[in-house]
Design a protein around this ligand. Structure first.
Ligand code: SIN
Length: 489
């Protein structure tokens, strides 16, 4: 048994924002990450962080834009907490050494993204914001933090509604048990449940599956945000083409050169993501080829170095000014029900970042609110832990005897998700998806399995099946179209 004060599963922005604060107070923190420390969705985030810091902006406008994008299904208090704390959180990060892009007068540059009424998105390294913030937070952590790379969380250690830590498998295949009074789920989202995604290959819905097996309450799982512009390489997504490109003047066109978003008023190409994704997808299904025309974007290569690199490495010539795009799964608004301080319904278990659902994003997340969520709620979670006094609990664990049925491939799961619970959902077909998933569960409810009997890859598939099944069931329950949940009757 490995004893620690706080065990954090995941190493993205929510995890490191909490860790960087907690470690100043002499807490022993163990971060477990499936791959390397910088391998997370946060590192891939391009656009930036929305924050009401410009002269013409204020948090009330940011609040209204967030609520409107979320179709008013947001938790209004959570949104208020996010937007009110945002300016201080970003100023603190700057004081700690974070360098956001500035103009020639030293003022912060603000980018424009979808459904924001004004330019409000701070960025770093052009389009390398997420990576720059992760590097900053890694600089801030001290010797109290141990990061265990290439170690996969297998299951939470739960007894009578209390979380006592986590069981993992390290890079040598050794099963390890951690005991801690505080366990934080920060595993990110579910992008790899779909065939096209902006998400890292490690993002397979593990957090939701583990939380489900632990008896956690889950919320809003049906809301999966698709981003309209991934780089299209033969029908596969080869990386994100940030919405900031459209904010800088890029426009969507089809193969006839028609600007098909120009009639979607008032935001046109910068309409909410669900609207743009549905339009691009409908045209894609009709056989149209869709491009982002970047003719009007000045200094593209300097402003978007990471997109330039992605295009170059996939043989796309930026100088031709047309980038082929396809929509892909990008962000999960639903997740483990949590307060803005990270509390879940399980004592000792906390959740932060994309795996959590505080209700802050409602039915559709406003662009560049996700890095912000990780920073603001990560720090609130740290404060929450610092002000409480939990003791670790010990118990003998019961090993499940259940083994999974024969499992499908990851690609088969991804194709089913896209067909049944993708950008468009057909009311009379969602139950087909639920049944399809259930054939792979020995107990028809994706319960705990004997984790020592499966490899990490098999457990990822089991987690994908579990999370896909839960998303399909949630989609089946919500009968009306709203935000990212679009039902055709
Ligand atoms: C983007 O850069 O387009 C993505 C930003 C976000 O998802 O918030």
């Amino acid at each position: 048994m490995i004893k620690t004060d706080i065990v954090i599963i995941g190493s993205g922005i929510g995890a490191l924002s909490a860790a960087s604060k907690l470690c100043r107070y002499n807490k022993k923190i163990t971060v477990i990450t499936k791959a390397m420390r910088k391998t997370c969705n946060s590192s891939l985030a391009q656009g930036g962080i929305s924050v009401a810091l410009s002269e013409e902006d204020n948090y009330k406008l940011h609040y209204e834009d967030t609520m409107k994008a979320g179709c008013y299904l947001n938790d209004s208090d959570a949104v208020m907490t996010l937007v009110k704390n945002a300016p201080d959180a970003i100023n603190e990060l700057i004081a700690e050494g974070m360098e956001f892009d500035r103009d020639e007068n030293g003022k912060l540059c603000f980018g424009r993204e979808g459904a924001h009424r004004l330019s409000r998105v701070v960025h770093a390294g052009g389009d390398r914001t997420g990576l720059k913030v992760i590097e900053q937070l890694l600089k801030e952590i001290n010797e109290n933090v141990e990061i265990n790379e290439n170690e996969m969380a297998l299951d939470l250690r739960i007894k009578d509604g209390v979380c006592a830590g986590v069981t993992t498998r390290d890079k040598n295949g050794k099963i390890k048990k951690y005991s801690a009074p505080y366990t934080i789920l920060a595993t990110g989202g579910i992008g790899q449940l779909y065939p096209c995604t902006s998400n890292d290959v490690t993002i397979t819905g593990d957090g939701i599956a583990m939380a489900y097996r632990a008896g956690c309450r889950l919320k809003n799982l049906e809301f999966v945000q698709f981003h309209p512009t991934m780089l299209d390489v033969n029908g596969n997504a080869a990386g994100l083409i940030s919405e900031a490109v459209r904010g800088a003047g890029g426009v969507l066109v089809n193969d006839k050169g028609e600007r098909f978003m120009k009639d979607f008023l008032p935001f046109k190409d910068l309409s909410p993501r669900d609207v743009v994704s549905r339009e691009v997808y409908a045209r894609y299904l009709k056989g149209e080829k869709i491009y982002l025309d970047i003719t009007a974007v000045d200094n593209f290569k300097q402003r978007f170095p990471s997109i330039t690199e992605i295009c170059l490495s996939n043989g796309i010539d930026i100088d031709k000014k047309l980038i082929p795009v396809i929509p892909g799964a990008h962000f999960h608004m639903g997740g483990v029900e949590a307060s803005v301080k990270g509390n879940t319904n399980i004592d000792g278990l906390y959740a932060v970042g994309e795996v959590s659902c505080t209700g802050v994003h409602g039915a559709n997340r406003l662009a560049s609110n996700s890095l912000l969520e990780g920073i603001v709620f990560g720090r609130l979670l740290a404060d929450n832990i610092l002000s409480s006094n939990r003791k670790s609990v010990e118990f003998d664990e019961q090993i499940s005897k259940l083994t999974p049925n024969k499992m499908p491939t990851k690609r088969e799961i991804q194709n089913k998700m896209m067909e049944f619970v993708g950008i468009v959902r057909y009311e009379n077909k969602i139950d087909e998806a639920v049944k399809w998933f259930e054939q792979f569960s020995a107990d028809k409810a994706f319960g705990r399995i004997d984790i020592s009997a499966v490899s990490n890859d098999q457990l990822e598939i089991y987690n994908m099946l579990t999370t896909g099944w839960l998303i399909a069931k949630a989609a089946e329950e919500r009968k009306e179209s709203v935000g990212a949940h679009y039902i055709v009757k």
